[in-house]
Write a protein that binds this ligand. Sequence first.
Ligand code: CA
Length: 235
Amino acid sequence: MNNKPTIVAVEDENSILNILEMVCKSSGYQVYTAKSGSEALMMISSYCPDLILLDLGLPDMDGFKIIQSVRSWSSIPIIVVSARNHEKDKVSALDLGADDYLTKPFGTAELLARVRTALRHASGDGNKTKAYEGIFRVGDLTIDYDKRQVFKNGQNVHLTQNEYKIVALLSKHSGKVLTYDFLMKQIWGPNMGSDNRILRVNMANIRRKIETQPADPAYIFTEIGVGYRMAEEKG
Ligand code: CA
């Protein structure tokens, strides 16, 4: 079988590396392991894997350096798997170009779900012209990209231009957390400051319109201090 997706798992702690390797292998992925940053960079450039699982605290370099280095030449999906739980670290990793962030200790089901999401996004990215066409569906929520309309239980939801743009952007990356900074720049342009109050106000309005219980959202989740994540489309 040569068509198994390949994963490079980077982790200096043996027990965790073994878990990553075992879980991914049992799901049919081919896994290469690296225990240091230099080893990781070598493997990534020689194998060009379909996905990278990356620890941040490595003996010879910080994982941020690896994200930067890989992003200088490739868009291979990177999922950070780290014990660092600070919002600052998550935001930095995502803004440097990591695709997702998983905090240790992690559940294997969660890990595999994130891996599948990242691989799916990567394979879809080759088709950029189709970015906003067709229909997105999750639960009772439907987005018609051609009509630029959102429906809840079949009822048209009236969103402002910016509210629609936020919902559409999150839906295009469903399952993946988008940072406040990324969303602000995409919606309001590169010169927006770092104050994300306007985004939070828009999100409160969006939730009031699309969520049955805005305080306990089912469609757009808050990653506190980091950003927002849209629930995944169900086939
Ligand atoms: Ca480590």
